[in-house]
Design a protein around this ligand. Structure first.
Ligand SMILES: [Zn+2]
Length: 257
């Protein structure tokens, strides 16, 4: 049977990338016409939701193409709806939820912070970025990519080489995001800028995934030398160079002021 069932779709949010409709199917009719309760389950085996988030319908629609299409295609009645999300974790969804309501990310980088605190925030940025890919949340991803560049820039006083972050974290976000993801492009440009080296430390290279190292090798081969990347990627003169909004949409930054 080729058709994907509702249950199959619920199990794997990545199914959205391969099928025209998203993985949000359960709609429970309640009172308010404009609020949606999202129930988060980490896996299909969970008997209870790990967390719940109430969002205004318009915010949910405008902040995530995934949620917008889900609402379009699962609408049963104009009452309060409960949508069950499987394969979603609470912490990155909290970052998304706060971003939607405040346009702020709960992270901070720079020499004033100790490295372990910055690495914790980096982890939040990368896991949230992976969530942003699942949700097709363009502004959210653009802001997170800026935050990642901020993390990298905080190490500039100590090295001419762009510090990408721990290989395990970078390898994780590489494998958890699609090849066309902007974070892939940024990482490869950074590595190319560094002369084709994914890490300062040879032992660390072994911690990257084979997929990642293969992509690095191909990129380095196709664009050899740091000259191939004219601008330092983490401080590109076009602040929207790695953003997804394009010409047709305003940058999230334009709405903050
Ligand atoms: Zn922009």
């Amino acid at each position: 049977m080729d058709a994907i069932s509702a249950n199959q779709a619920l199990v794997d949010p990545n199914a959205f990338h391969n099928h025209p409709y998203p993985a949000l199917m359960d709609v429970v009719i309640e009172d308010s016409p404009s609020l949606i309760t999202f129930l988060l389950y980490e896996s299909k085996d969970d008997s209870e939701a790990k967390s719940s988030f109430v969002m205004h319908e318009n915010l949910a629609r405008s902040s995530s193409t995934f949620l917008e299409i889900a609402i379009e295609n699962t609408w049963i009645d104009t009452q309060e709806k409960t949508v069950e999300l499987y394969g979603f974790k609470t912490e990155p969804f909290t970052v998304f939820y706060n971003w939607v309501h405040t346009q702020q990310l709960p992270v901070s980088f720079g020499p004033q912070r100790d490295v372990s605190a910055q690495l914790q925030d980096l982890d939040l940025v990368l896991t949230a970025y992976s969530l942003g890919e699942k949700l097709h949340a363009m502004d959210f991803k653009d802001a997170l990519l800026d935050a990642y560049c901020w993390f990298c820039r905080s190490f500039e006083p100590y090295s001419n080489y762009i510090i990408l972050g721990p290989p395990i974290q970078i390898g994780w976000v590489w494998s958890e995001t699609p090849p066309a993801s902007k974070i892939h492009e940024l990482l490869l440009d950074c590595i190319n800028y560094n002369g084709g080296e994914p890490s300062l430390c040879e032992e660390q290279v072994e911690l990257f995934s084979q997929d990642f190292l293969r992509a690095v090798a191909q990129e380095t081969y196709s664009k050899p030398g740091p000259e191939a990347v004219r601008h330092k990627p983490i401080m590109h003169p076009d602040p929207c160079h790695y953003h997804e909004h394009g010409q047709e949409n305003n940058c999230y930054k334009a709405r903050l002021f």
